[in-house]
Design a protein around this ligand. Structure first.
Ligand code: NAD
Length: 510
């Protein structure tokens, strides 16, 4: 395996546009930049080298409360929620333009902070701009309905913003996950408090500086950094928050839901997965190998929808895994700033150790390691690198088969026939994504319809579009992001009933 240890860029120079006080990068609350209420900070670390890259304000419950109060005031007092959608859209189109104008800066910030290769962050930034454009466009389209009711009534619906939205996002797509939440919420007229992952807040803060430049009304967008159980928990619990939107792990998702019951705030959850990628013997062999590789090793497997279980027909399995391992061993792993790098590091030391725990569990439970199986040492030892790994000869009860690893670790599950493939594919608490590879069109459709998952692909893996809904069945989540579904999730539906014959009802005679 070729490894690339080239160091990245100068963080100081790259982060020059982030407002600071001394050395501390600030948060954005109520239209101004601030330190944490207790002055606490967190040092961010480059996952590729272990070197410190920035010190960021570490928000408190007080900071979260202040941001919630600002968002509440901005929502209740207007004008944001009452503006014409076209006027909000005009601003959101400008956000997209600004992201594009600073595309390389955003790209580099996420590569620095998350470690993912430049070839990935380039797409993330383009998708982020596209997402703002999509929702800016959607804001001005018709959203209500009219109904066939008896005269003299006329009944129709309008969609109105929900109010103050708390938004909690993970570290695996720092900019894009923030934008998937901000764009529809703002397009619909809500005000927001975004909490980026404590590990990767930098691109969200840079985005906040764009909202400031564009003179979004004060309090409409707030970005509060900090720990999940503190800032995140406050957003989930606080009764001034009308909706909480969360992307992250399933265990955290459960705690968000519990915390949200106080005022029965609206909840949407985008959670984990253990998605099956089913390959039949009649699939185009090289295409299926290629997407199996892409499905699991893109973003070092740190993708909620990763094809982490390769459900493979027995008759081609030996030949398939041999070819797959041959290609996995050739993946260029290293520093994301080298344009040749194909796979970057794991996000943190703690997560690296978690992934290593799964590698050990797989070996201890008797699975066969076809390639990888360990962290990378040598010139990459300072970073959090794991070799692309394949486990074959697995059993359904193994920990590596049942649990989300969120790393570059593929487990192979072999099957004999279609019914067997579906039984294995659906044998999981998750239901986020899944794919099927076959050249038999009827079989492809049969299988995909029986897959209990929200995002599915036939003869491809991973394409994701701002226009199409994203979300999971079973314990992979609640609700959908993206597309019109993602917009609707930030609105309440109001029925308006008009009496066109203004006269007493006559129901009571006295
Ligand atoms: P995580 O659940 O640990 O953290 C996600 C976010 O929640 C972070 O901002 C964190 O600070 C915050 N948080 C943590 N504890 C909290 C609490 N008690 N209350 C409120 N907020 C809290 O997840 P992670 O490790 O950052 O991300 C990886 C997980 O995210 C994986 O399980 C992955 O599958 C999932 N994910 C899902 C999607 C999707 O669209 N379904 C997309 C990306 C990631």
């Amino acid at each position: 395996m070729e490894t690339i240890a080239k160091p990245g860029v100068d963080p100081k120079e790259l982060l020059r546009n982030l407002p600071r006080s001394g050395e501390t990068v600030l948060m954005y609350v109520d239209g101004s930049w601030c330190e944490a209420s207790d002055g606490a900070t967190r040092t961010l670390v480059d996952p590729a080298t272990g070197a410190p890259i920035a010190r960021v304000a570490e928000g408190t419950r007080e900071d979260a409360k202040r941001a919630i109060a600002a968002a509440r005031k901005a929502f209740d007092a207007g004008p944001w929620s009452e503006m014409r959608a076209a006027d909000r859209a005009a601003l959101l189109f400008k956000v997209a333009d600004k992201i594009e104008a600073h595309a390389q800066e955003f790209q580099y910030i996420d590569t620095l902070n998350n470690g993912k290769p430049l070839r990935e962050t380039m797409y993330d930034v383009a998708d982020a701009a596209g997402c703002f454009r999509y929702y800016a466009g959607l804001a001005t389209k018709p959203h209500g309905q009219t109904f066939d009711v008896p005269a003299p009534s006329q009944t129709f619906t309008v969609r109105e913003p929900i109010g103050v939205c708390g938004q909690i996002v993970p570290w695996n797509y720092p900019l894009l996950m923030a934008v998937w939440k901000l764009a529809p919420a703002l397009a619909a007229g809500n005000t927001v408090i975004l909490k980026p992952s404590e590990l990767t807040p930098l691109s969200a803060l840079r985005l906040a500086s764009i909202f400031e430049e564009l003179e979004f009304p004060r309090g409409v967008v707030n970005v509060v950094c900090g720990a999940g159980p503190i800032v995140g928990a406050e957003l989930a619990e606080n009764e001034q928050v009308d909706k909480i939107a969360f992307t992250g792990g399933t265990v955290t998702g459960r705690s968000i839901m519990r915390a949200a019951v106080g005022n029965l705030k609206k909840v949407t959850l985008e959670l984990g997965g253990k998605s099956p990628n089913i390959v039949f013997a009649d699939a185009d062999f090289e295409t299926a190998v290629d997407y199996a590789l892409f499905g699991i090793y893109a973003n070092s497997g740190q993708v909620c929808s990763a094809g982490s279980r390769l459900v493979l027909q027995e008759s081609i399995a030996d030949r398939f895994v041999e070819r797959l391992a041959e290609r996995a061993k050739k993946i260029r792993v290293g520093n994301g700033f080298d344009p040749k790098t194909e796979m970057g590091p794991i996000i943190s030391r703690a997560h690296l150790e978690r992934v290593e725990g799964y590698l050990e569990a797989g070996k201890a439970e008797g699975a066969q390691v076809l390639c990888g199986g360990a962290r990378l040492e040598g010139p990459l030892a300072g970073g959090n690198f794991v070799a692309p790994t394949i486990f074959d000869r697995t059993a359904p009860s193994m920990k590596i088969v049942r649990e989300e690893i969120f790393g570059p670790v593929l487990v192979v599950q072999r099957f004999d026939d279609e019914a067997d493939a579906l039984r294995i594919a659906n044998d999981t608490i998750y239901g986020l994504a899944g794919a099927v590879f076959t050249q038999d069109v009827a079989k492809a459709h049969r299988v995909i319809r029986k897959l209990r998952a929200g995002i599915t692909w036939i003869n491809t893996y991973h394409p994701t579009y701002n226009e199409a809904p994203w979300g999971g069945y079973k314990q992979s989540g609640m609700g959908r992001e993206l597309g019109t579904y993602g917009y609707d999730a930030y609105t309440e539906v109001k029925q308006i009933n008009v009496n066109l014959d203004v006269a007493p009802s006559g129901w009571f005679e006295g």
